[in-house]
Design a protein around this ligand. Sequence first.
Ligand code: NAI
Ligand code: HPV
Length: 390
Amino acid sequence: MFKIKTYNAISPKGLARFAPDRFEVGSTITAPHAILLRSHKLQGELVPGSLLAVARAGAGVNNIPVEDYGTQGIVVFNTPGANANAVKELVLAGMLLATRGILPGIAYAQSLGHMTDSAAMHALLEKEKAKFAGGELRGKTLGIVGLGAIGSMVADMALALGMKVLGFDPALSIDAAWRLSNAVQRMENLPSLLGRADYVSLHVPALDATRHMINAQALAGIKPGAVLLNFARETIVDAAAVLAALQSGRLGRYVCDFPEPGFAQEPKIIALPHIGASTEESEENCAVMAADQLIDFLDNGHISNSVNYPAIRMDRTPGATRITLANHNVAGVLGHALSVLAEAQVNVIDMSNRSRDALAYNIIDAGSAPGADALAAIGQVDGVIRVRVV
Ligand SMILES: NC(=O)C1=CN([C@@H]2O[C@H](COP(=O)(O)OP(=O)(O)OC[C@H]3O[C@@H](n4cnc5c(N)ncnc54)[C@H](O)[C@@H]3O)[C@@H](O)[C@H]2O)C=CC1
Ligand SMILES: O=C(O)C(=O)COP(=O)(O)O
């Protein structure tokens, strides 16, 4: 029986993937084999020795100590692209809210609740409506910073709206490049994008390298009156610099999913309570994908969409005992572990080995089950992080 501890509201469709006769799932579980979460911050928590994996039902993993967990043999997964459409649609809402008199218009219409005369009401609305006039997106330029799952969808949407699209992503993966429309104009650096775009939308992960990428210096070069949209993370912008740029008039509006103290007092800010991925569809997509990845890892030792271990899978050899081995990616570790199996008269039938940066992971199908002594001896091999029979 595997124990799965959950944090946050995980879609029931995802939870239903865990067969109740083999998985115990809940928020109060102790000594879990795996954790399934959304934005709950794991930093600083005691890591139970039982923990084999963490699955983030979502994209951002800045709430998980990914590297530290990797060196402890804990595989961290996320669900790339599973909530991208939800964010894309909210970016569109953000651009419209920043451009048309929607929010003040609604507030004004609601302020007329005391009126009883329909003709008088219509006459007043027609007289006052000029206050709520706005602009259009068509023909404007959108600059997208980060062209991954969300950025590429935002690009397609903006092109369909008749916008011109600029993109900046120095770390673009080959897969993401294939996904990207060739109508997106590549910018060589951030200042080139900021100086040209009427709207700038941020879709980069929260990393040391992206911390405060939008700071006072960057904002000094932004196109005057531009709208900045941040549905990525709070750390990517320097909030004080954004407030100053709004107050000076350099920045037109700031639309974000991450309110900060002081934002409510600034009328040029539209702040939402981190609801970019909060749709039924995206919550389901993320939870199902995260659950399936966890189950395949716990049952078969397979890894897909990990952010600290390499992707790996190997068809099971019928009748074989499967052993998985996580180790530091240095010469000799695997050979040493295999020699322990050989000494224990355990024959290796099939094997797969993958590495990612400083970590490596192996799936070994053996002709017989290694005894507890052999497994303990493999665990003692210098460089071995974790050995498991699955
Ligand atoms: N508001 C919300 O509810 C949500 C927010 N997010 C945030 O959006 C981020 C992006 O999500 P996805 O598009 O799914 O991730 P992704 O991994 O598909 O794309 C991120 C892109 O950013 C690029 N990038 C990395 N460093 C960069 C830099 N210094 N400059 C420019 N580009 C850089 C990468 O090369 C990659 O193409 C997540 O990491 C998360 O923080 C994601 C989902 C929901
Ligand atoms: O997937 C992400 O990175 C998100 O920010 C979504 O967060 P959530 O799962 O809604 O708490």
